[in-house]
Design a protein around this ligand. Structure first.
Ligand code: BGC
Length: 807
């Protein structure tokens, strides 16, 4: 232990007090021992430090900070150095705002395009997400503070995120859902990890010994702190035993007492608590060093805005460019149409909301850009139905122009933390507008603002398509610079765009049933599925166009990696993202057709050639063997492809790799879907064979009284009439708010009430409602109204007395 001397001086009460927050964002301090509190703040793409009212839903304003493009956007840059640069700028702002732990990056896999928080995550590929995240972490931590990689792990949906039990087989867990975290821990050296809300194979992640102890601590040698997601703690002592040191936010001392009682009863060993204290002290002491010396309390707003713009410029993806409609030729008359040009959609909703220092919008940026503008029309109502008047006005304007810049996308109520999207469509009123404009002027360049993949049945009606994703406070200018050709687009998609949602691998098993979600598709998510099952897609993983062309040649390979030549064969300077995929030629152990194991982004002037090397590493040939319970290498020939996307193969070579001679883990006959790759609708039997056990019952047991971990939504079948009435009122309010167009408020009900487990009522109210009071509430819910009410009142007055006594 590093801080043995201090720990020896601490009472058990003091030790326990460090295990949970002092308030919503800060840890506890112990003045007597010179231990200060530290501040934790969201979020991945900008600092959300709430100086006054605190919440984790993005409701109350935070101090102004640069809003960088969100993770889903930056992922398209495929530039790990850029990730590090963003991290450095984020870190600088965090220091200026006296934040010790920055709650990001978020690195969960995009298992399904509908996950409401995909905009906050990088990729459908773990290697890609891990590498970019490691960059962010290094950059943030270069300032002496801590990043906090989240949400560990398998938090791939928002629906029932605080209660859902994710059922996933061990190999998929390791290869797909944990690899990015492994890279963030081992290469990024993150000092803090946030456990997720959900359960993993029957245990809450923060209590999951396999995940937290065996993998994170023992295998990856992680010695930093694990913090719960806000309100995500269930059994505090079990969490601590698993190695989840810090619980956030405050529980007003309630769970400290549970820890103390557990020590007294022998349920918890004091060494375990000491170990946790030691790690928290290390986080406190190391991240406060920067504040013990003179430090910058301001940052250069202009410079940071400029960096946000550069990041956006490298991350925007050109998806279609028929007849080279882009870049716009000089003198071309342009009509700007679409509400997003006036009111940019530049970040997501929820805990990551940043209060930007400035916000560019297209209409202002067009002035002085050199673009000849004939005017602007909104064309549609962002949250409304079709408006023929607006369409007519937009068409009249479109007729006057040579080219229409059409700004469309998803609104902020559709992509938000706490709930998943209902479908992959953009609103019909925007498609109606596109159809109408197409009739009067088919020279349309669509500029898309959304944080995740959408269906594009309308794509034939646009000649140009630029996907800006959610590109931060300077995104509008970045887009215009690409439109004008001042910047050559170089982003490539970090997720596949399927033709239709029904084609997606988790379609039949997302978001699961009442209790659990079964990851029956196993490792076949994203391109791993489409590629292996030969499913046609709209845009493949790794796809993006440029204003120039690149030639690949002269592949050479040895045991250390692959080398090839890359030439800019076009007229303008540009950047190419070369991708290395690995395919095993043996089919003894099922695998995706190919997997990304390396990439490089290279800048080339016209006519320039560079030799590019992509090294092999410990992940290039490994697979997780469930028989030996460790990483192994299969002896086989491996095809190494270098591609401009996951399907655009430019170079190829084969290498023989010696294996580790591990026993074969599977019986081929029994896993036909996995061996064929057609894993989008695997039977329960076959999935159970893969899992090696029965799947748990996935629906609520309606015969049981409701308990701490049941959700408010389950009140629909509660014994207590009052609870059923409350449920109906909540459902009605949700329906009504949606009906009158208050979708964001309706969302809040879903996010913070409907799917909240009862224990969350105690965990999230900072001590206003404690667990004994919750017992009373549960009595009411379960049909003992008066007894429950008396219990609540009695416990409340007890709590008030204790509080008075303490003052
Ligand atoms: C989110 C976290 C966030 C935390 C604090 C939670 O609801 O899941 O990502 O860091 O709130 O705002």
């Amino acid at each position: 232990m590093k801080y043995k001397d201090i720990i020896e001086k601490m009472t058990i009460e003091e030790k326990a007090s460090l295990m949970s927050g002092k308030d919503f964002w800060q840890t506890q301090d112990i003045e007597r021992l010179g231990i200060n509190n530290i501040f934790l703040a969201d979020g991945p793409h900008g600092i959300r430090k709430q100086a006054e009212a605190a919440d984790h839903l993005g409701l109350n304003e935070s101090l102004p900070a640069t809003c960088f493009p969100t993770a889903a956007t930056v992922a398209n840059s495929w530039n790990t150095e850029l990730g590090e640069k963003i991290g450095q700028y984020l870190g600088e702002e965090a220091v200026a705002q006296k934040v010790n732990v920055l709650l990001g990056p978020g690195i969960n896999m995009k298992r399904d395009p509908l996950c409401g928080r995909n905009f906050e995550y990088f990729s459908e590929d773990p290697y890609h997400a891990g590498k970019i995240a490691a960059g962010y972490i290094k950059g943030i931590q270069s300032h002496g503070i801590s990043a906090c990689v989240k949400h560990f792990a398998v938090n791939n949906q928002e629906e029932r995120r605080m209660s859902i039990d994710t059922i996933v087989d061990e190999r998929t867990l390791r290869e797909i859902y944990l690899t990015a975290f492994e890279i963030a821990v081992k290469e990024g050296n993150t000092k803090t990890v946030m456990s997720s809300y959900n359960m993993l194979n029957g245990a809450y992640t923060n209590e999951n010994i396999h995940l937290m102890r065996e993998i994170l601590r023992d295998e990856w040698n992680y010695d930093g702190v694990v913090v719960t997601d806000w309100g995500g703690s269930n059994d505090r002592v079990a969490g601590l035993i698993a190695g989840n040191e810090l619980e956030m936010p405050t529980t007003a001392g309630e769970t400290n007492k549970e820890i103390i009682d557990a020590i007294k009863s022998g349920k918890l060993k004091e060494e375990v608590l000491d170990e946790a204290v030691d790690r928290i002290l290390d986080l406190i002491f190391t991240t406060e060093e920067v504040f013990n010396k003179p430090y910058k309390t301001e940052f250069d707003v202009k410079e940071h805005h400029q960096v946000a713009q550069e990041v956006a410029e490298e991350s925007i993806v050109l998806l279609k460019n028929e007849g080279n409609i882009l870049p716009l030729k000089d003198g071309i008359k342009v009509a700007t149409i679409g509400d997003f040009a006036e009111n940019p959609r530049y970040q997501g909703a929820g805990s990551s909301i940043v209060n930007p220092t400035v916000l560019d919008n297209t209409l202002e940026c067009i002035e002085g850009s050199g673009i000849v503008s004939v005017g602007y029309e909104p064309g549609f109502e962002r949250y409304g139905k079709k408006n023929q008047n607006k369409i007519d006005r937009a068409c009249a304007l479109a007729k006057e122009a040579d080219v229409v810049l059409l700004y469309i996308g998803l609104d902020e109520a559709t992509e938000a933390e706490g709930l998943d999207r209902q479908n992959m469509k953009i609103p019909q009123n925007q498609i109606d507008l596109l159809d109408a404009i197409y009739e009067v002027n088919p020279n349309i360049v669509a500029i898309l603002s959304c944080g995740a993949a959408v269906e594009m049945p309308w794509i034939d009606k646009v000649k140009g398509l630029l996907h800006g994703y959610l590109n931060g406070q300077a995104g509008a200018k970045a887009i215009l610079r690409i439109i004008k050709g001042e910047v050559n687009p170089s982003g490539k998609l970090a997720e596949t765009y399927p033709v239709r949602y029904e084609d997606t691998p988790a379609f039949h098993h997302f978001p699961g049933k009442e209790v659990s979600v079964e990851y029956r598709e196993a490792m076949y998510i994203g391109y791993r599925y489409y590629d292996s099952a030969n499913v046609e897609v709209r845009f493949p993983f790794g796809f993006g166009l440029s204003y120039t062309t690149f030639d690949y040649s002269d592949i050479q390979m040895d045991k250390d990696g692959v080398t090839f030549k890359l030439t800019n064969s076009g007229e303008v300077a540009g950047m190419e993202i070369a991708q290395m995929y690995v395919a095993c030629q043996s089919n003894e152990i099922f695998r995706p057709k190919k997997e990304l194991k390396g990439f490089k982004k290279v800048f080339l002037n016209p006519g320039e050639t560079q030799t590019v090397t992509i090294p092999f590493d410990d992940k290039t040939f490994r697979y997780f063997n469930v028989k030996t319970n460790q990483w192994e290498v299969e002896e086989a020939n491996y095809t190494i492809t270098i591609g401009a996307s996951s399907v655009d193969v430019r170079l190829e070579d084969t290498i023989f790799i010696e294996g580790t001679n591990a026993p074969l883990p599977y019986d081929k006959e029994k896993l036909p879907s996995y061996y064929s790759g057609k894993a989008n609708n695997v039977s329960e039997d076959e999935f159970e064979t893969l899992l090696g056990r029965k799947v748990p019952v996935s629906t609520w047991d309606r015969s049981k009284p409701l308990g701490y971990n049941d959700t408010i939504a389950q009140c629909q079948y509660a014994k207590g009439g009052f609870a059923r009435f409350a449920f109906r009122s909540i459902s009605f309010s949700h329906w009504f708010l949606k009906k009158i167009g208050k979708r964001e408020t309706a969302n809040l009900i879903m996010m913070s009430v409907y799917h909240m487990p009862f224990r969350g009522v105690a965990r999230m109210t900072g001590g206003i409602i404690n667990m004994p009071m919750l017992d009373g509430i549960l009595m009411i819910v379960n049909g003992r109204f008066f007894k429950g009410l008396r219990h609540v009142l009695k416990e409340r007055s007890k709590m008030l007395k204790v509080a008075k006594g303490n003052n």
